[in-house]
Design a protein around this ligand. Structure first.
Ligand SMILES: C[S@@+](CC[C@H](N)C(=O)[O-])C[C@H]1O[C@@H](n2cnc3c(N)ncnc32)[C@H](O)[C@@H]1O
Length: 246
């Protein structure tokens, strides 16, 4: 799993501390995939805010990085938890006023089976390099019929790769598996895993997919209790918030 690698990738730590790159994922063939450290370290932008408006109930931001989304939701009084394997990312998220835990998404997590929304932003569908495993894990984290919002690549790819985080000096962390998925590929994986696609959109050159997990009774049915968009629901979901439970 990628835990030890992002977490101990010195170039990533250095870039988060500085608030800027350049930083890349380097594929085994030498190809450099730029990472948008400056955007991740900035405040949530309009495209992010549109995503946050779509969130339902308590939100789990998987691979929260330096925490712009967690901080924004927390500032709005929404129940939200970020998780990340990078200590620097978690520290920064907490400094911004969000709650965050240093955990892999594949570790035991608070509120399993009760989250209203899981976020996989900024390419985080790539975590672990196995989209099916990540989708299955997200389904286990969500309440039945819960919402997964994932950012995909603006190109039609479905790729499993070995990568390292590198900076311009080519100082590199360890290699780890990663996946690169466009929207068609994510929809294919999700459909096989029993998810329903509820929306897809493009904004500011970024692409997103919203998926709903199986309900207890059906894989395609929209749950009556959770199909309320965020602007229509009370700020806190009824019942206990998984965020309070840590
Ligand atoms: C592409 S960056 C995304 C940045 C982030 N979404 C943001 O808002 O700044 C991937 C993030 O996922 C984290 N990560 C990698 N593997 C993880 C795992 N197994 N569980 C949780 N987080 C992970 C990395 O430490 C990194 O912060």
């Amino acid at each position: 799993m990628s835990t030890a690698t992002w977490a101990t990738a010195d170039p990533y730590t250095t870039a988060l501390r500085a608030g800027r790159g350049p930083l890349f994922l380097r594929r085994a063939d030498g190809w450099l995939l730029p990472l948008e450290v400056e955007r991740w370290c900035a405040r949530a932008d309009g495209v992010d805010l549109d995503v946050l408006e779509r969130c339902e109930g308590a939100v789990l931001d998987v691979g929260c990085g330096p925490g712009r989304l967690v901080a924004e939701l927390a500032a709005r009084g929404r129940p939200v938890l970020g998780i990340d394997v990078s200590e620097t990312a978690v520290d920064r998220t907490v400094r911004l006023g969000g709650q965050a835990l240093r955990r892999s998404v594949f570790d035991p997590l608070p509120g399993e089976g009760r989250w209203g929304t899981v976020l996989l932003m900024d390419g985080n569908v790539g975590i672990g390099g196995d989209p099916r495993a990540l989708l299955d894990r997200a389904a286990g984290l969500l309440s039945p019929g819960g919402l997964l919002i994932a950012e995909t690549l603006p190109v039609d790819v479905d790729e499993r790769v070995e990568v390292q985080v590198v900076d311009l000096t080519l100082t590199a962390g360890g290699a780890f598996p990663w996946a690169r998925l466009g929207t068609p590929a994510l929809l294919r994986h999700a459909s096989r895993a029993g998810w329903s696609a509820v929306d897809q959109w493009t904004a500011g050159g970024r692409r997103f997919v919203a998926l709903r997990s199986r309900t207890a009774s059906s894989s395609a049915e929209t749950p009556k209790s959770t199909a309320v968009i965020s602007s229509q629901r009370p700020r806190k979901p009824s019942g206990e918030s998984p965020v309070a439970e840590r």
